[in-house]
Design a protein around this ligand. Structure first.
Ligand SMILES: *[C@@H]1O[C@H](CO)[C@@H](O)[C@H](O)[C@H]1NC(C)=O
Ligand SMILES: *[C@@H]1O[C@H](CO)[C@@H](O)[C@H](O)[C@H]1NC(C)=O
Ligand SMILES: *[C@@H]1O[C@H](CO)[C@@H](O)[C@H](O)[C@H]1NC(C)=O
Ligand SMILES: *[C@@H]1O[C@H](CO)[C@@H](O)[C@H](O)[C@H]1NC(C)=O
Ligand SMILES: *[C@@H]1O[C@H](CO)[C@@H](O)[C@H](O)[C@H]1NC(C)=O
Length: 533
């Protein structure tokens, strides 16, 4: 028995030779998996208000920080603005038609705060803005599409930025009032809410290095932490408002959407790289997820590292603010599910930096790089690494008790106008297949998937140069016509099949030699092990 056992183990060892670790091998070289998603799996696609609506000054809408940012030279790559964007403010029926054609069960969009409260407070509620969202929600319900609504997708009313924006804790109260207004006005029909979209990007890109509105970059070691603190409290208060005042009658669910890359160890056999990878994950996802999904507080490694650096800088307190004990209790557990946006992966090693200026980016003592073999996309930061999503889903499962999870964004950009977007078809096919593996093979509790985006739109600092759409939009035509790309047809079929049908032999997809070799080896080993045991 023992010798049989050791023979089997040796065989298994040799089967995995050539892969750098079991885990990496399992994810990276695991062959394509044909199966269905569980019944009731939610299929969705997404947009956000500033990126598609236009109508920037219609119906008494107030100015927001993206209006201000794009109207001030020269923050946007192509000097464009979201003044008109996809003109969705005037094209509800067109958008709903695209969604119907895709066959999605859900549509994730966001509400523009300054469209319904011009200066961000309930003193300036605008009926024109409320009407717009009522018409959109009603059109979706009529088409049998459930709305999933984000309250804050980056377009803060300018009047609130003028009093300090997210660095000012008064915003906790203003956000709560705004959220309450939305629950009151729309909650009879909206059953899925997200408070914030990607707070990491809000505080780091907007208030750390300033490539996004409001373009603040003078205190990258302080402003992001301070703003994140306000956002986490704002999320918690809005969750409690829903829980206390609306849940029993409206029976919906509410959470937050966090963005995370997979930050894996560069060398999976190096203990130091593994520690660096874990640090980087805690600084990125744990920053927001640890308080909300775990224990009401920031990750220990963040608290310790930033406190140490702050002391070295001669400060009497840490640059990372502290929650009081009662705040921790108020924040912990303020979720009904985990909302996740994911696009890409990096490889992490340790790097100690001694930037003159304290900086979130260097606080984590980590450096990221990419594997040269990874395919690139239209955005400089986006490398196509499908197995990274599966690794991330497993990390979330292991760190936060396998919460019910909705993927609220996933997609890929290009800079070409072709409707033949084969690279996007491949992206979706492979990323979604890794979601399926995470569910079926690893037991991750994923309940839904959202493709970003329904259509090409205003891609923030990249303007209209980077396109993420399932549908092409002609921005030179005042009518903003939409056209389905090949990826829209692919997504439609995938939704219809609720997964991947096994190929008939005639249409078997080509498998790379490495995949084929490892699957054959795997089969041989499995047979041998079975035979020997
Ligand atoms: C709205 O903005 C456009 C420019 O995008 C301008 O031409 C128009 O006059 C503005 N309308 C109002 C009501 O301010
Ligand atoms: C944007 O505007 C600035 C200032 O007018 C100009 O220098 C720059 O070339 C413009 N960029 C593009 C892509 O048009
Ligand atoms: C408006 O908001 C304030 C808090 O900012 C709140 O005290 C007040 O009750 C709200 N008024 C209405 C009519 O909802
Ligand atoms: C922080 O400083 C303390 C005291 O010098 C040290 O023991 C600890 O290892 C440091 N923590 C980190 C994460 O570097
Ligand atoms: C479009 O861009 C993508 C990503 O940058 C690239 O992979 C693809 O080959 C391009 N397609 C065409 C038709 O140019």
């Amino acid at each position: 028995m023992r010798s049989k056992m050791s023979i089997s183990l040796t065989l298994v060892f040799f089967a995995f030779l050539g892969c750098r670790t079991l885990v990496r091998c399992a994810y990276q070289d695991d062959p394509f998996y044909y199966d269905k998603f569980p019944d009731g799996f939610l299929w969705s696609t997404a947009t956000s208000s500033y990126q598609i609506e236009g109508g920037w000054n219609s119906s008494e809408k107030g100015e927001n920080i993206w209006d201000r940012f794009t109207h001030t030279c020269c923050h946007i790559e192509d000097n464009s603005t979201g003044d008109v964007a996809c003109d969705s403010y005037n094209k509800i029926q067109d958008d709903v038609q695209l969604l119907k054609s895709l066959g999605v069960s859900h549509y994730r969009f966001s509400i523009s705060w300054s469209r319904i409260m011009a200066d961000g407070t309930n003193a300036t509620i605008k009926s024109g803005g409320i009407d717009y969202y009522n018409r959109l929600i009603n059109a979706l319900k009529k088409a049998n599409i459930e709305p999933m609504v984000t309250l804050y997708h980056w377009d803060l009313p300018q009047a609130l930025q003028d009093i300090g924006g997210w660095e000012n804790e008064l915003l906790v109260g203003y956000f709560n009032e705004y959220a309450r207004t939305c629950f009151k006005r729309f909650g009879d029909r909206v059953k899925l809410w997200l408070t914030f979209n990607e707070p990491f990007v809000v505080v780091w890109v907007g208030l750390g290095f300033g490539a996004h509105a409001p373009g603040i970059s003078d205190r990258p070691g302080e402003a992001p932490y301070k703003a994140a603190h306000t956002i986490i409290k704002s999320h918690a208060e809005a969750w409690h408002t829903y829980d206390n005042e609306f849940r029993s009658t409206q029976k919906g669910r509410i959470s937050i959407t966090l963005d995370s890359d997979w930050k894996g160890p560069k060398d999976p056999n190096s203990a130091d790289d593994k520690a660096a990878s874990e640090r980087a994950m805690q600084f990125k996802l744990g920053w927001f997820a640890n308080p909300i999904f775990k224990n009401g507080d920031y990750p220990d490694v963040m608290k310790e590292l930033i406190a140490n650096k702050s002391a070295e800088e001669g400060r009497s307190t840490s640059r990372l603010p502290e929650f009081t004990e009662s705040e921790k209790l108020r924040i912990k557990g303020t979720f009904d599910f985990f909302g996740l946006n994911h696009y890409t992966t990096q490889l992490i090693t340790t790097q100690y930096r001694s930037d003159k200026k304290p900086n979130y980016g260097s606080d984590m003592d980590a450096k990221e790089s990419q594997d040269p073999s990874w395919q690139r996309a239209g955005s400089s930061w986006l490398y196509v690494v499908p197995w990274g999503l599966r690794a991330l889903l497993n990390w979330i499962k292991d760190n936060y008790g396998n919460p019910e999870l909705y993927i609220t964004e996933n997609g890929v950009s290009d800079r070409n106008a072709s409707l033949q977007d084969d690279h996007r078809v491949e992206f979706y096919r492979n990323y979604i297949n890794n979601v399926l593996k995470a569910i079926k093979k690893d037991g991750c509790n994923v309940k839904g998937y959202t493709a970003w985006s329904l259509m090409d739109n205003f891609e923030w600092a990249a303007g209209y140069t980077e396109k993420f759409g399932l549908h092409y939009v002609d921005f030179s035509d005042p009518a903003r016509p939409r056209k389905a790309k090949k990826s829209a047809e692919f997504y439609k079929q995938l939704i219809k099949d609720n997964g991947f049908n096994a190929p008939t032999s005639a249409s078997a997809p080509t498998v790379g030699p490495r995949h084929r070799a490892s699957s054959v080896l795997f089969m041989v080993v499995t047979l041998l092990v079975k035979f020997l045991m």
